[in-house]
Design a binder for this molecule. Sequence first.
Ligand SMILES: [Zn+2]
Length: 432
Amino acid sequence: MSAGYAITTYKIQLNYKHLDWFKQTQSLFDAVLAFYYKLLEKQPEALSLTNQNLLRHLELQTIKQRDGTPPETPLPFEKIPLYFRRAAINAAISMYRSYVGKLKAWQEGTIKSGKPSPPKRLHMSMLYYKGMYKDFDEKSILLKLYTGKTWAWVKHRYTGRPFPKDAELMSPTIVIKKKKVMLHIPVKEIVKDSRTAKERVRQNEKFVAVALTGSDSLAVCTTIEADGRATAPYFIKGGKELAHRRKQLLGYTKRGIVGNKAPRFMTHTVGNAALSVPQEQRPNKKYYDKITRLTDHYAHEVSRKIVDYALKQGAKLIVLPELKESFDQAKKPYLGKTPYDFIGRRIVRYVQYKAWQKGLVAMTSKPYYVSTRCYHCDAPIARHNTEYQNPSVNFYGGKNFICKEGHRGSTALNSARNLGKGFYERFYAGAA
Ligand SMILES: [Zn+2]
């Protein structure tokens, strides 16, 4: 068994006394970043160096050497801590590389859009290497900040979810958003069993297949045994509740602005028309934010349940449907008409990540015919919701199915079984 690791970014909110010190420090950081960015612009050929050598190369030009040799282009700021400077140089390198990369792709015709323009604002959130922070415990952290006159160690208490045990905390980034100061901390966790899906398939282990739906069962799981049998159906509900709460929130967005003292004749884009306005500028932004958070919450819940189910079943592999890429829906989770449209992709993404953390592998498989054929006999299926309805082949939303052989049951479970069956036939049969 081999080990691997997974990295998650934890976000914690800092309690501070001096917001201005964070702002001072950030503007100094941006000034150092800008200085190195402009220096790099004069020597684009230096980009052929590795990042580490490029950093050294830039320092040689700007920092006094140990033997006292003065630099050609001295850094015009005094008393910049070493690791603060290095973080700013690395930020400058990465911004410049990114711009030059885009420009090159445009010149070579790889990207079709307009000519990329250089970054308008030379700014990046501050990465704090060791030396810029210390005494990081469960309640507080000491940060080295620039007060405008001098550097000071300042203790900050914080709030946020606790860090996992035995995890390695990597260098935090300080993210200042209006009056909020957040620390983004990549947390590295060791994952015990990181064999690839291919290795697992070769060992003919059982696996879990999942169907995602737009109905009340947001996900339906089944376990495919090593001999190919589909067992242990598991329905994860919540779709109705989510759809209801989502509809409620969308309703609020149509009401106009509550408590706003703006003149009555002022018009706002509201409801569905508002979806074409960037989220940040919408009059009822808080409701759209709520929808996004709500969806995210359900996606986390469902994906956690899927992974827990796989663990309970002793499966090491989870197979999910490969969803068609839709840029718009991925960007705007509230746009989809059914829960499936706006939550499916997130569930897939979160399952992949959570599975990896638990030492499982999750992968996607193309769902060929999974929702149109009977798992038992491969005949086309008809669907219906209630027994009073005539089953129809074209009723895609139907929760129950029936085939001409008389097989019947849950459409979603049938899809999960078919996905598992297809995957089994393609990979296990050939891999044994
Ligand atoms: Zn059948």
